[in-house]
Ligand binder design. Structure first.
Ligand SMILES: [Fe+2]
Length: 241
């Protein structure tokens, strides 16, 4: 059993995150708090718990093109998504659990509540994966580039291609739920979820195409670093959309 990793976090940088209520993103209005927030002093529990949760993660979990176990690869544009998870001082965070979920190449989620978008499911793609950061805070996924999909927020509303990320470091103070976008996507400026992030921070959610990550005759590569706290923090993006 290793020693708990104790870190002291600065105050949350609210100016770098979306407001709790953002009327253009309709569902935020009902789910946002209507009273002032109560700041809770961080104690040892927030800076050390719940501890690393890596026992259940295997190497196969990080390849969404094959992790269905059907023996057939998923359909779509195979991509590699890699980067580092960093704390507010730019230090890589080892032992961080990353969980991702996403639509398939057609923009369809393999989820029972998804019934209205007439796009095909892929029996060889469930759209969920997980991995653990290495000693330098690095992570790497192989997946399919997700398609855009309509979401009913407003007339002719389409989400840009995106991958949902949940990042759980060794403590509750290192938890982030957010989304990664792809460079050059024309739907990004039209997306109220993306636009709910402050303009100076929104670009932190867009990955970079990286030819060094791209593998010949195999997959295009994207790089995306995630900063959990501090003035360069990646904006939080919750919700189910
Ligand atoms: Fe989504």
């Amino acid at each position: 059993m290793s020693e708990p990793l104790i870190r002291h976090y600065g105050p949350r940088a609210y100016a770098d995150h979306p407001p709790f209520s953002y009327p253009d993103y309709r569902s935020t209005v009902k789910r946002s708090p209507t009273h002032d927030l109560v700041e809770i002093v961080q104690t040892l529990s927030e800076t050390t718990g719940p501890g690393q949760a890596w026992a259940e993660i295997s190497e196969e979990d990080s390849d969404l093109t094959t992790n269905t176990g059907t023996g057939s690869p998923a359909i779509g544009e195979r991509i590699i998504v890699t980067g580092r998870v960093l704390d507010e001082n730019g230090q890589g965070l080892p032992g961080t659990v990353l969980e991702i979920w996403q639509a398939n190449a057609s923009g369809r989620y393999a989820h029972w509540r998804e019934t209205e978008f007439p796009a095909p499911l892929d029996p060889n793609f469930v759209g969920v994966g997980q991995c653990l950061t290495d000693s330098d805070g690095g992570y790497r996924f192989t997946t399919i580039k997700p398609g855009p999909y309509p979401w009913g927020n407003h007339p002719n509303a389409w989400r840009p291609s995106h991958i949902h990320f949940s990042i759980l470091g060794p403590s509750l103070g290192a938890r982030l739920v957010t989304q990664m976008y792809f460079p050059g996507d024309p739907l990004i400026p039209l997306d109220p979820i993306f636009n709910s992030a402050p303009p100076h921070a929104g670009g932190r959610m867009i990955a970079t195409y990286d030819h060094e990550v791209t593998e010949e005759n195999w997959a295009l590569g994207y790089r995306w670093d995630i900063v959990l706290r501090g003035e360069l923090a990646t904006p939080t993006h919750g919700g189910a959309d």
